[in-house]
Design a protein around this ligand. Structure first.
Ligand SMILES: C[S@@+](CC[C@H](N)C(=O)[O-])C[C@H]1O[C@@H](n2cnc3c(N)ncnc32)[C@H](O)[C@@H]1O
Length: 229
């Protein structure tokens, strides 16, 4: 078998799930989704090395939300609104995206960007710990989207799974953690995060009430659908 993702000498344990040439090809197919606000948000991510989901995953999120007619989405870890941009497009004028982020500066940035895109009136942006905000927000939810600090993934899954409607989705980013979940020896960014993601993924795939799949684009996005009835 040809190894198209050779480990680098810089970090022998980290592997890129999808070959960069394939991601580049896929990115080229979606140029029609360019929007001035989106380009500005993507530029800011580069400048600040801020981990937004990126264009391909954004389109994936919007598509997933549209496929189930989502109107009520909760985001754990919204940053400055990039992933919310895609969910807000999907939920339409009568839908709501509840955002949460621990950094208050992100709320101001999100408001500026999403207002420019004509989407701010679909957003409720709360500053604070995502789990606390979730506990104070009425459900059930069509989608719970998790993108907080990775050590918290198992707890967020446990609290979210209860409050997703039948047929609704749990989605989480970074579940391949640049390949660390798939190798025995790795260097983690924060001690314990890889173990937390591994435990999170295992719980979801073992949960009898959900069907799950990982889309390996970028850093891996898990989608788990709550079974009906
Ligand atoms: C990966 S970024 C989110 C990116 C965003 N989903 C996007 O794609 O545009 C993670 C964000 O979650 C926030 N965060 C991390 N842990 C959190 C927590 N427990 N509660 C609230 N916010 C948290 C950070 O401040 C950061 O802005």
């Amino acid at each position: 078998m040809v190894d198209i993702n050779p480990p680098t000498s810089e970090n022998p344990s980290v592997i890129v799930p999808v070959h960069p040439a394939i991601e580049g090809y896929m990115r080229g197919l979606v140029e029609k989704t360019d929007h001035p606000v989106l380009l500005e948000m993507e530029e800011l991510a580069v400048q600040k090395s801020f981990p937004i989901v990126n264009r391909l995953v954004g389109i994936f999120l919007e598509t997933q939300a549209k496929m189930i007619g989502a109107k009520h989405v909760f985001e754990f870890g919204s940053g400055y609104g990039y992933s919310a941009y895609w969910f807000a497009r999907a939920v339409g004028t009568d839908g709501r995206v509840i955002c949460s982020d621990g950094n208050g500066e992100n709320k101001g940035r999100a408001e500026r960007f999403l207002a420019s895109a004509g989407l701010w009136d679909r957003i409720e942006f709360n500053v604070g710990m995502a789990g606390d905000i979730f506990a104070q927000t009425d459900g059930p939810f069509d989608i719970c989207y998790n993108d907080v600090d990775k050590g918290e993934y198992p707890e967020i899954w446990k609290m979210a799974r209860e409050r997703i409607r039948p047929g609704g989705l749990y989605i989480a980013d970074n579940v391949l953690w640049h390949g660390r979940v798939a190798v025995e020896s790795y260097t983690d960014i924060v001690l314990g995060w890889t173990e937390a993601i591994v435990a999170h993924n295992q719980m979801i795939f073992n949960d009898p009430d959900f069907d799950a799949f990982i889309n390996p684009v970028r850093d891996g996005v898990i989608v788990a659908r709550r079974k009906d009835g």
